[in-house]
Unconditional design. Structure first.
Length: 696
């Protein structure tokens, strides 16, 4: 099987001997070499994989060649071997070089999973054997958990190509239609679908036009290899999914679990307790979907050397982990499943990595699924029947969805999905220090300092203690914004004035709570001081957002009139003060790694006011205003390095161009042309009625 043996002494019908090929060619290349289209020696492991310290597998399905083209009929040839002297005719198209690929693929019979999700194939499905092998292995290797593996036979998760469909993906469109019907029936009313067919036009990493769509779930390795994989993993919690992780080095998998708790770019908040998940004696029981999603988030953020072994290593690992997550989220495949907390967190992870990519609008299908599952599971209701750690996991999951809802609404100009009234009786998350530690947790009823409902004041450090109160206030700003966009609301001006009055009183109360918390903190750490600078900056940013000048094109058109307006003058003043606070933030957090996932959009909307003024005044703008623009440009450049997104690259370029005329007067001749280009780029990001913000 490793290398072919040349057929010696072959004769054609004329009696001439065919000399054996002097070069030996491996009958089959390993999976890594096949994907990289690199020469492989066919050994186990091959020299290339061994030299690069990466996993060497032979799990690809062997397939027969397709039928030859009728335009070029093959010429019949006759072969006769010395052993039997018989000649046989070959049909056009030739035989496959694989060892029994067809019989092996077609030997698996029967389907599993919900009957409503099964595609109606016209012929035998070559992926059935692999799907059966996965379910059998999952049941053997995960005795503590109910099987989370549903039927996924022959489904292609990304858009189909224009080529002729194979039996494995011929019913992909049927699957998608049934999947939408399942989701909309299970999660909500038919009039408000959670997942639409357009949502399947996913970003590059989630299209999964991958070289191994069906081979991914193959479990064709022996018991010794499975035991070796499990024994090499550092954390027992990973043992249940070890058979499906053979495509990556065990040490890399273990390191990715640690990266999840140390990286803040994608891991926005520790919902699961580290000491519980990575325990060596009694780890938290997790569904496969959740474990794969941990690894997926870390695979996007990790700088591990083995993630850079080849140009395609990171993408390959991300594609495989993404398919594994999708395959194991139970509500996607099982009509009777209400889902679990693990499914909600897995959807959150998918939403995070998608919205942090260039295809931000595609993330909403995962966030909407997470919102719906959270409501079905009643994560916003205190459950006394659970132990305190499970209760805290539910609280943190709901509050993370709550603040993410405000963030996404600001990003994509969407109405809020989660209302404050839904969580009035839910305790706020535990103090970050207590959660990160490994001490037993006290119930909130025994702690008089724990409060219920949305917080309007700073009460602790971290994302929940300091950032969540600002997101509660952001929800009030968004209410004002959507009232402004709706001209049919009666007494609109009076209503907006009342909302603004209430908002500014709460913002003043928030500012006092920040100073009081910092005054009470004894010997604050760098981490606490960094949060203090962020909070002071957010006070000014929220003053700017409350004025409602978000849409850059509308602001550019109105800027000559607005410069005479007193309220807009307050926005300009807070923009300059926010830039000064931003400079102090850069001094304590040079890489802007504290909350990069949330920070970009607020930085953008802060700079819109400065950009429009700089574009209008050009060479006449003050030194103070120019310096504020330069600080915002520098912050965008740092953000691009930390979490690279297209809208930040575009905004940095146009803001830099707006202040160039002040620095380089000789460029004034091309002023009109540069303004036209700026408007063209800014027109992509609109926050007016019916616009979609960053979701271009």
């Amino acid at each position: 099987m490793m290398s072919s043996v040349p057929e010696s002494g072959l004769q054609v019908s004329g009696g001439e001997d065919l000399k054996p090929n002097p070069y030996k060619r491996a009958r089959r290349a390993c999976d890594q070499c096949s994907v990289s289209r690199t020469k492989c020696d066919g050994q186990r492991p091959c020299q290339r994989c061994k030299g690069m310290s990466i996993s060497c597998e032979y799990e690809r399905q062997l397939k027969k060649r397709g039928k030859g083209s009728e335009l070029y009929p093959a010429k019949p040839k006759t072969r006769r071997t010395k052993s039997n002297g018989n000649s046989s005719g070959h049909s056009n198209g030739g035989d496959s070089t694989g060892e029994g690929a067809g019989s092996a693929a077609n030997s698996g019979g029967g389907q599993h999973g919900p009957a409503s999700l099964q595609p109606n194939h016209q012929g035998p499905d070559p992926s059935q054997a692999h799907s059966q092998g996965l379910q059998h292995t999952a049941q053997q290797s995960q005795p503590r958990h109910q099987s989370f593996v549903g039927s996924y036979d022959g489904y292609t998760l990304g858009p189909q190509s224009n080529s002729t469909a194979s039996p494995g993906n011929s019913s992909a469109s049927d699957y998608k239609q049934e999947f939408f019907a399942v989701q909309n029936h299970h999660m909500g009313s038919p009039n408000e679908p959670i997942i639409t067919e357009s949502a399947f036009n996913s970003p590059r990493w989630i299209n999964l036009n991958t070289p191994f769509p069906t081979e991914l779930f193959t479990t064709g390795f022996d018991t010794k290899e499975r035991q070796s994989m499990s024994s090499n993993l550092s954390y027992p919690v990973l043992n249940s999914i070890a058979p499906q992780l053979s495509f990556a080095d065990p040490q890399l998998i273990s390191d990715l679990m640690e990266v999840y708790f140390s990286n803040t770019v994608y891991g926005v908040a520790p919902i699961i307790r580290r000491s519980s998940l990575l325990s060596m004696t009694n780890p938290r029981q997790c569904s496969p979907a959740l474990l794969y999603s941990f690894l997926l988030v870390s695979a996007h953020a990790s700088d591990h050397p083995k993630m850079k072994a080849t140009p395609s290593t990171r993408e390959t690992i991300i594609q495989r982990l993404t398919e594994l997550v999708l395959h194991n989220i139970r509500p996607m495949h099982d009509l009777s499943s209400r889902g679990t907390l693990d499914d909600v967190i897995a959807c959150i992870h998918l939403g995070i990595v998608t919205s942090a990519s260039e295809f931000k609008g595609e993330s909403m299908k995962w966030w909407n699924m997470a919102y719906s599952l959270a409501r079905v599971l009643k994560l916003n209701v205190e459950n006394d029947q659970l132990d305190e750690e499970q209760r805290e996991e539910q609280r943190r999951t709901w509050w993370l969805l709550f603040l993410a809802d405000r963030h996404l609404s600001l990003c994509y100009n969407l109405p809020l999905s989660l209302d404050e009234s839904e969580c009035l009786d839910l305790y706020v998350p535990l103090d970050e220090t207590a959660w990160v530690g490994d001490e037993p947790l006290l119930p909130p009823e025994a702690d008089s300092s724990r409060r219920k409902g949305p917080p309007f004041e700073i009460y602790s450090t971290g994302l929940f203690g300091m950032y969540l109160p600002f997101m509660v206030l952001l929800g009030r700003i968004l209410q004002i914004h959507f009232i402004t966009l709706n001209p049919h609301i009666e007494h609109q001006e009076q209503l907006i004035a009342l909302h603004k009055q209430s908002f500014f009183s709460k913002l003043e109360r928030m500012e006092k709570s920040v100073e009081e918390y910092m005054r009470d903190a004894t010997q604050p750490s760098i981490y606490v001081l960094t949060w203090k600078e962020y909070c002071r900056m957010y006070i000014h940013i929220f003053h700017i957002l409350a004025q409602g000048h978000w849409d850059p094109i509308t602001l550019m058109d109105q800027i000559p009139t607005l410069l005479k307006d007193q309220e807009f003058g307050e926005s300009v003043k807070h923009s300059i003060l926010a830039a000064k606070c931003l400079e102090r933030v850069l001094a304590v957090d040079p890489d802007l790694r504290l909350i990069p996932y949330f920070f970009g959009i607020q930085l953008l909307l802060t700079g819109v006011t400065l950009l429009c003024i700089a574009d209008h005044l050009d060479k006449e703008m003050s030194q103070e205003l120019r310096y504020a623009c330069e600080v915002v440009v520098r912050a965008h450049e740092v953000c691009i390095v930390t979490l690279n997104t297209e809208y930040q690259r575009n905004f940095r370029s146009i803001l830099r161009g707006a202040i160039q005329a002040f620095v380089f007067p000789e460029l004034a001749d091309a002023l009109d042309e540069r303004r036209s280009r700026r408007r063209e780029v800014l027109a992509l990001y609109r926050w007016g009625a019916g616009r979609t913000g960053l979701a271009i």
